[in-house]
Design a protein. Sequence first.
Length: 134
Amino acid sequence: MDPKTNPYAPGAGTQPPELAGRDDILKECDVALARVLMGRPALIGALDTQDARAALVEPAEKLGVSFMRAMSELGRGNYKSGDIAKLLGKNTNSFGPVRDGLIRKGMIYSSKHGTLDFTVPLFDQFMRRTVPNL
């Protein structure tokens, strides 16, 4: 019988020696895993802190914030540059430097030719909560 799948193998179910005496770390991991399995509340809570806003929104200039807010208004992921520009009432080419600046800052990325997405999961919802007006 394969020792990897045999539940009756010697030592099966016991804590590996690397984890012995690290009950606090195991407990923290269990809590973190439970939060991940529960879904998004932990991430949303982390995004809504002042530190997250300072790190994620404030580095972008005013046009960059407007650009990201327009992206968030379009729903989830794969935002087309033309749709963003249309929502803001501008020409697509006029946002090239803004888009490139946001990509350089690591706030958005080009998921495929002609489309953009946020680098942080659920950032579209974060933008709608923290920047209420487009």
